[in-house]
Design a protein around this ligand. Structure first.
Ligand SMILES: [Mn+2]
Length: 403
């Protein structure tokens, strides 16, 4: 018994507002369906975020309908849960997946939590937000109990788990029941394969680059789906990668070599089938962003679908950098003294150091005494006792002293 597991296809996503990117997502989905049929599997599991939104456009719905009917023609049914993208977080709302029941889609929902595919128990739940955590755990316990009656079982979920997603997760790894054989997960967009419970836990990842930080995962694992073979007790997982329709290129460019680097990029991309997305990080930039922007656009504008430039200014050295360079010491008292010396007034330096000492010991009484003494010495004659700092005369003298 073999099945294909995919997730996070995000049909209808118009990345950067570009129709071309929307089509890329459809193209990848079509390729995946063809590949699944080639793999001659018995059924397919989709772990959510089938669509980008809970109200997909007719184009997105048609792209899915086309793929689903192709599978149906090949005698391959599909089981699916809704993800956070294709659910409306509202009571009694139904996900767009429901539209395809008549086309043979087996929707796994809180009402229809489980199916039998021959001897395999397939159970699951749609995405539950954090606020529904208790409910989710209760439902998981119920499914685990049901699975105990079956020899082979699959749990389908669209959730973040702390072990793989440290922030923004809804479940801890300990919350997942251990008696399933395969955990068909969705939500995390990179490919994850782990041992868990009796068997394997897999996030196939998104099928296209949904966010530019997924490029790294694409390079490492490829984008695509997995084929799971459950015929023998030891589960076998095969990763199937799909060629992406379009390249994402990230390049760091030193402004001092701008012309050369842009030219080499131009040579690289000019024969691409589809215009790439360019992520350009240009560093050592002075105050000429507008000129650089215009230059890049003139050179590459026609060859790229989108250019995302990121300008990094040439760094100005801070005071602290200078002090640290001059003094290799990190002793705060020494650094303070060096800084105060810049005023060229020994008395100020001395006051600063004395205040540093007294305030380090939280001796506020001594500190105010030191300040009082300093200003008395600086502002008033010794012959003029009982000076009150707030008299008008004193304020004027104070200003003169500072100017
Ligand atoms: Mn997703």
């Amino acid at each position: 018994m073999k099945f294909a597991h995919l997730s996070d296809t995000h049909l209808g996503y118009r990345q950067y507002g570009l129709g071309e990117r929307e089509k890329d997502f459809y193209e990848v989905f079509e390729k995946i369906i063809d590949k699944i049929i080639e793999e001659d599997v018995d059924f397919v599991i989709h772990s959510g975020d089938l669509f980008e939104t809970a109200k997909p456009s007719p184009n997105a719905l048609l792209a899915f309908q086309k793929g689903l009917l192709k599978l149906k023609g090949a005698g391959i049914p599909m089981y699916a849960v809704a993800g956070n993208h294709d659910s409306l977080m509202r009571k009694d709302a139904i996900p767009p997946q429901v539209l395809f029941k008549k086309f043979g889609l087996k929707v796994i929902s809180p009402i229809n939590t489980n199916y039998m595919h021959e001897n395999i128990f397939i159970a699951g739940l749609p995405f539950y937000p954090n606020s529904q955590n208790k409910n989710l755990k209760k439902k998981l316990a119920e499914l685990s109990e049901k699975a105990a009656n079956h020899e082979k079982s699959i749990l389908v979920l669209h959730q973040g788990i702390d072990k793989y997603l440290p922030f923004n997760n809804e479940l801890e790894i300990g919350d997942i029941p251990k008696n399933f054989d395969y955990y068909a997960l969705g939500h995390i967009h990179k490919f994850i394969e782990d041992n868990f419970g009796n068997g394997k836990l897999v996030y196939p990842g998104s099928t296209e680059i949904w966010k530019s930080d997924e490029v790294e995962d694409l390079k490492k694992n490829g984008k695509g789906f997995v084929v799971v073979d459950m015929s023998s007790p030891k589960i076998n997982i095969k990763r199937v990668s799909i060629n992406m329709p379009r390249e994402f290129i990230t390049k760091n460019i030193d402004f001092n070599n701008l012309a050369i680097e842009i030219n080499s990029l131009k040579t690289l991309i000019k024969n691409f089938d589809k215009k790439p997305i360019l992520n350009l990080i240009i560093y050592n930039v002075k105050n000429n962003i507008k000129d650089i922007y215009e230059f890049i656009n003139k050179e590459l504008g026609d060859l790229a679908l989108m250019i995302k430039p990121n300008f990094k200014m040439k760094e100005e050295k801070s005071d602290l950098d200078i002090i640290l360079k001059q003094n290799k010491s990190l002793d705060p008292k020494e650094l303070l003294a060096n800084k105060l010396n810049e005023y060229g007034n020994k008395k100020i330096t001395q006051l600063g150091i004395e205040l540093y000492d007294s305030l380090s010991k939280d001796n506020q009484e001594l500190s105010s005494k030191l300040i009082q003494q300093y200003y008395n010495k600086m502002l008033f004659d010794k012959n003029e006792p009982n000076n009150e700092p707030n008299t008008k005369k004193n304020q004027i003298r104070f200003k003169e002293a500072l100017s």
